[in-house]
Design a protein around this ligand. Structure first.
Ligand code: ZN
Length: 138
């Protein structure tokens, strides 16, 4: 069995951003040499997400509005977590959007459904953060 591990680094300009990382993860798959197996892609921080959805700008706008309704960033004082920090909303948004995805690898490619793309969701950005890519197979 082959095993592969890599960390991808991100530093967003904005507090919240959605970044399509499908191409980068596909590069990892090529590097791994694995043709049948599983890939795990997970955020290594509790204020960012990895999720699969459509790369459509209207939908990304809708995510922003929806997440701000569920867990508005401001006022900061509405959250108990914000004693020393201001990122309670980011913890909550991350929980809704998820920590990780698992994708099947078949014939050397990701076995995606129609329109599926992998995203890094940043909810407390402007600093360096990591995503773990782990693949196993043969
Ligand atoms: Zn926090």
């Amino acid at each position: 069995m082959k095993s592969y591990r890599k960390e991808l680094w991100f530093e967003t300009r904005n507090r919240r951003e959605l970044i399509n990382i499908t191409g980068e993860v596909e590069k990892c798959l090529a590097e791994s040499g694995i043709s049948e197996g599983l890939a795990l892609v997970n955020a290594m921080h509790i204020t960012s997400s990895v999720f699969i959805n459509d790369d459509e700008s209207g939908l990304h706008h809708d995510f922003e509005i929806w997440l701000e309704k569920l867990a508005p960033e401001k006022p900061y004082a509405q959250y108990r977590h914000n004693g020393f920090e201001d990122n309670a909303d980011a913890h909550l948004k991350r929980t809704i959007m998820g920590r990780e995805v698992v994708v099947a690898i078949t014939n050397g490619k990701f076995d995606f459904g129609p329109w599926e793309q992998i995203f890094y969701g940043e909810f407390d950005g402007k600093r360096r953060k990591r995503v773990l890519v782990k693949m196993i197979g043969e």
